[in-house]
Design a protein around this ligand. Structure first.
Ligand SMILES: C[S@@+](CC[C@H](N)C(=O)[O-])C[C@H]1O[C@@H](n2cnc3c(N)ncnc32)[C@H](O)[C@@H]1O
Length: 264
């Protein structure tokens, strides 16, 4: 874990996830596994129509839209980016889901959430970012009704990270502050949940990096042709970090995992 403050991390997240490059590299759904993994998570959590779901760190809201559209859930998203709030409000209204989706801009650890006001919470690729994971999980716990379900998918780290993956951008990118799957499970248990499922997903991590590598190739060509406003040097640097990340996934230091838990 790095030592960046919550304020520094939040500011970096708000900038990084508002940048068009984040959407280009990550796609619509800003987590490894995309909506296929979200569908799997929702199934394992037993989500169904009219469940009130908190989407912690919803970003522009691919998951919120998916849960409302396909399952009929009522979703409240919380995220740090102004732009994501406007975008999700707009998209929900466009497809007639404004009564099923609401979105709040703010830090999940600071905003007012109704106590026991949700049946379930999803946290996809966001707990890894928090500097104060215990406090944030405790807020999510209090927002759930007893018996409510938490579904988490996130980046996992076993061992120490190289310098290139310890900076503030690596924290915002879900790596620098990530912990092992067992540590997430223990934090979740300590926040007042009973973990019912804890599954490593190494293939999700590998496939995610393959996708990023392909997009980097396009970015490199675009930069060389002067078609995109990024320097060739920056793309080369990013490719170096990507290679290092791929090696860490192969060695098992970096991975991805899923946890389902029930609020006690
Ligand atoms: C990797 S993105 C994942 C977005 C979304 N969960 C998804 O899977 O598509 C992480 C998101 O969490 C948000 N985030 C990070 N820290 C947060 C906090 N303390 N409170 C609320 N949102 C936060 C970021 O702003 C960003 O939108």
């Amino acid at each position: 874990m790095t030592t960046h403050t919550t304020a520094e991390i939040n500011a970096c997240c708000a900038d990084a996830y508002s940048h068009p490059a984040a959407r280009f590299l990550l796609g619509e759904s800003l987590h490894p596994g995309g909506l296929d993994l979200t569908a799997d998570l929702a199934r394992r959590m037993g989500l169904s129509a009219n469940d009130r779901v908190l989407d912690a760190g919803c970003g522009p809201g691919a998951t919120a839209m998916f849960l409302a559209e396909t399952l009929g859930c009522h979703v409240t998203g919380v995220t740090l980016e102004d732009g994501a709030v406007t975008e999700l409000d707009h998209r929900a209204a466009e497809v007639g889901l404004a009564d099923r989706i609401s979105v709040i801009r703010g830090d999940i650890s600071d905003i007012d959430l109704p106590q026991a006001g949700f049946d379930a919470a999803v946290a996809e690729c966001v707990v890894s970012i928090f500097a104060r994971k215990a406090e944030a999980l405790s807020r999510i716990h209090d927002a759930l009704r007893p018996g409510g379900t938490l579904g988490l998918t996130d980046v996992t780290v076993n061992g120490s990270l190289p310098k290139a993956l310890q900076g503030i951008f690596a924290v915002a990118g879900c790596v620098g502050n990530a912990v092992s799957l067992e540590e997430y499970a223990s934090l979740i248990e300590n926040a007042g949940f009973t973990v019912t499922e804890c599954t490593p997903l190494p293939d999700i991590a590998r496939d995610f990096l393959k996708g990023i590598r392909k997009k980097m190739m396009f970015a490199e060509i675009g930069a060389k042709l002067g078609k995109i406003p990024i320097s060739v040097e920056s793309v080369k640097m990013a490719k170096g970090v990507l290679k290092e990340t791929e090696e860490l996934v192969e060695s098992g230091t970096l991975g991805y995992g899923m946890i389902v838990a029930e609020r006690r």
